[in-house]
Design a protein around this ligand. Structure first.
Ligand SMILES: [Ca+2]
Ligand SMILES: [Ca+2]
Length: 122
């Protein structure tokens, strides 16, 4: 079963990251097929990336769940489900500072929807 997909490559997608000797990661692009949402790892970043003795930068085999995913439980009932989805959809569009703006970019949109769906629980 296909869970997710990502098309990538800095030649196919000019300006996107090149993960040569370092890894890349995303928060805003979780669940989206958008290599422009990814950023290069840096020592000590949110993913606790480190520099190897060979100079490569990354955090092999781990992903630190971003804090924003916790706030996907918009009605604070301990589950991320249809009730939270309804709240998010009801706030769709420009919505600076509202709880449904999970990535805090001032707009409730597909990126926030992806974050909520990524945290889905029943
Ligand atoms: Ca909830
Ligand atoms: Ca947003």
């Amino acid at each position: 079963m296909l869970i997710d997909t990502l098309s990538y490559g800095d030649e196919a997608f000019p300006g996107s990251i090149r993960t040569q000797n370092m890894s890349g990661w995303t928060v805003s692009g979780i669940g989206l097929n958008d290599p422009y949402q990814w950023q290069l790892s840096a020592a000590g970043d949110q993913q606790q990336s480190v520099i190897s003795t060979g100079g490569a930068i990354g955090n092999p085999c781990s992903f630190t769940r971003p804090v924003v995913l916790v706030s996907s439980d918009l009605n604070a009932d301990g589950h991320v489900d249809a009730a939270d989805l309804a709240i998010l959809l009801g706030a769709w569009g420009s919505c600076a500072g509202c709880p449904a703006d999970l990535d805090a970019n001032g707009t409730v949109d597909a990126a926030d929807l992806a974050i909520l769906l990524g945290a889905w629980s029943l």
